[in-house]
Design a protein around this ligand. Structure first.
Ligand SMILES: NC(=O)c1ccc[n+]([C@@H]2O[C@H](COP(=O)([O-])OP(=O)(O)OC[C@H]3O[C@@H](n4cnc5c(N)ncnc54)[C@H](O)[C@@H]3O)[C@@H](O)[C@H]2O)c1
Length: 270
């Protein structure tokens, strides 16, 4: 009765599962007994991650995907159902940025590359909307489902530079709340949708922005630390407790929230 945090045998799909934050989530969830379907682009990285999980006694499998393609995602979903028989949780972890959608200090909004902006919105927003709709269909067939999106500090208050990324992540936060209402109203309280909002974690997508080639923090890196009460960047493990809570029945009455994990960045001014 009190096994609120038990996630044994839950089938958890995670997009962007081979990324820095995603891979840490995959290993953690599998170590706690979940069966993890890892969706990402790079087959080799995926195979290596699955092998690592299996060598630690966990269960995972890899599916090559493109989170903006409905056709590919439907094939992924069918393959996962064929292997595991159900899908309990979807974590929309895929996301990223590209230079043309950012405005560096020596540029202005008039230098924005519209096609890059579109690509970044497509990856972060449509790359959440499309998998949510595709996998929710299978969840509705099973009469229960749990979707966890990944948003960003840039969604709450715009950050300088990351124009396209912030816009797209703000839309992901809005979509989280929209879908939370939509699924619960139409299909009942066994459906919920929430988001995880990491603060600043040094990963492949932002390393060049936050650190210098010698590994020291860039001016932007130092500014972020100065605005973070904990005075440090996050480590991927810092997200795992909140993720576990959202994945598990411990959060079964939690729907439409954005859980911020940022060392206090969002609540701090001076
Ligand atoms: N690093 C941070 O500080 C930070 C902060 C807030 C939010 N986030 C978000 O967390 C999530 C994970 O980020 P990360 O820092 O681990 O990044 P990462 O670059 O290490 O991983 C990104 C993952 O997304 C996958 N991906 C990219 N495009 C894809 C596509 N079209 N189809 C399928 N997969 C695709 C990549 O293969 C990779 O697995 C992202 O949504 C990111 O925006 C990161």
């Amino acid at each position: 009765m009190y096994e609120l945090f038990n996630i044994q045998n839950k089938v958890i799909v995670i997009t962007g599962g081979t990324g820095v934050l995603g891979a840490s989530m995959v290993e953690y969830l599998a170590a706690h007994g979940a069966k993890v379907a890892v969706l990402a682009r790079n087959q080799q990285k995926g195979d290596e991650l699955v092998e690592k999980v299996k060598s630690q006694g966990g269960e995972a499998s890899f599916y090559q995907t493109d989170v903006t393609s409905e056709e590919v995602l439907k094939k992924n979903a069918e393959a996962i159902i064929a292997k595991y028989g159900k899908i309990d949780v979807l974590i929309n972890g895929a996301g990223g940025n590209m230079p043309g959608a950012t405005i560096p200090p020596n540029s202005t909004i008039f230098d924005l590359k519209m096609n890059d902006f579109r690509t970044v919105v497509d990856l972060n927003l449509m790359g959440t909307v499309v998998p949510s709709v595709v996998f929710a269909q299978y969840m509705v067939n099973e009469k229960k489902g749990n979707i966890i999106n990944v948003t960003s500090a840039s969604a709450i208050r715009p950050l300088t530079r990351v124009c396209g990324y912030g816009v797209a992540k703000a839309a992901v936060s809005n979509f989280t709340k929209y879908l939370a209402g939509e699924l619960a109203i139409k299909f009942g309280e066994s459906f919920r949708v929430n988001a995880l909002c990491p603060g600043f974690f040094i990963t492949e997508q932002n390393r060049a922005l936050l650190t210098n080639p010698d590994g020291t923090y860039s001016d932007r890196g130092n500014t972020i630390i100065a605005h973070t009460p904990f005075k440090r960047f996050g480590n991927p493990e810092d997200l795992l407790g909140t993720l576990h809570y959202l994945v598990s029945d411990a959060s079964k009455f939690v729907n439409g929230t954005v859980a911020i994990v940022d060392g206090g960045f969002d609540s701090f001014s001076i």
